[in-house]
Design a protein around this ligand. Structure first.
Ligand code: AMP
Length: 283
């Protein structure tokens, strides 16, 4: 595995591969890798000839007062894990090289980014969309794999790839969870033991919603209300940021769960962490 810091070097290798008809798979991450990331790498590895993993704590997707400095980092451990999961290249650039005097060039996907996390994190998806566009232009992958855990992010990326005619297949990978249901996240290290004990109830609320839908409930406000009540009762240390039922592609609010399905998306503040999770609801 080659560790690359220089964007031009990455582009040189990857564009060469593309010219030779070699299929590149890309897995963008912010590092502090866990089994969720590993599972994305395994999927990309299985579907391509070369695997590029990027590891970049992208400053532009953090707002003022967010955890950019505190975000956990461990390059040595990440490199070992990426190599173990078949990475040919680990791309870990410095922020200055990814934003070379062009911080006024942004990619925005207004509709998809407006709700959910976009409300409390107004610059977040602009930062994500911009850095992912840069990564796609550098690695020119045939395939890029993203986690469904960040479902709004996945929707933003699908929308930008479609709008900008970027020739890449975007694959969404199922959420990887701890044995007790908590979605794996680099930010789970922020949780104290008592907070960690309450965190699995986030997914419990999502399962409750799915059971309600199976039992015939279709009204979004009723379902979201039940999930909010579940969190208020069972996550006393936490505070729900949002609990919303949205369209699976546009991420805009739905009043009812219909044939085309819906996503129940939640964000919960728990101690120093803000944890997100979601589930598909089929009408
Ligand atoms: P991050 O390093 O948190 O920015 O995540 C990098 C990629 O891994 C994103 O596409 C995430 O959606 C994905 N990811 C993170 N956690 C999980 C998880 N528990 N299950 C599946 N994918 C995940």
């Amino acid at each position: 595995m080659e560790i690359i810091k220089d964007p031009s070097r990455l582009q040189e290798i990857c564009w060469q591969w593309r010219a030779e008809g070699i299929r590149v798979g890309l897995v963008p991450t912010m590092g502090y890798l866990h089994k969720g990331h590993a599972s994305l790498m395994d999927e990309a590895r299985a579907k391509s000839d070369r695997l590029v993993v990027s590891l970049f704590v992208n400053p532009s997707q953090f707002g003022p007062g967010e955890d950019l400095e505190a975000y956990p980092r461990d390059l040595e451990r990440d490199a070992a894990l990426a190599e173990e999961h078949g990475a040919d290249v680990l791309f870990c650039p410095e922020p200055a090289s990814m934003y070379p005097g062009s911080s006024d060039v942004w990619v925005e996907v207004p509709e998809v980014a407006a709700g959910l996390c976009g409300v409390t994190r107004p610059v977040h998806f602009r930062g994500v969309a911009t850095v992912v566009t840069k990564l796609l232009m550098l690695a020119m992958p045939a395939l890029a794999v993203f986690g469904e855990k960040d479902r709004q992010q996945l929707a933003v990326i699908r929308a930008l790839v479609r709008a900008l005619f970027i020739p890449v297949e975007i694959a969404g990978h199922a959420i990887v969870r701890e044995a007790d249901g908590l979605a794996m996240s680099s930010r789970n290290v922020y949780l104290t033991p008592v907070e960690r004990a309450q965190a699995p109830r986030i997914f419990e609320g999502l399962r409750l919603a799915r059971d309600l839908v199976h039992a015939g409930e279709r009204d979004a406000a009723t379902i979201a209300g039940r999930v909010r009540a579940h969190y208020a009762e069972h996550i006393p240390l936490g505070r729900a940021d949002y609990v919303e039922i949205v369209h699976p592609e546009t991420m805009t609010p739905l009043a009812r769960i219909g044939e085309e399905g819906a996503v129940l998306a939640v964000a919960v503040y728990l101690g120093k962490a803000r944890l997100i999770d979601n589930i598909l609801l089929n009408g």
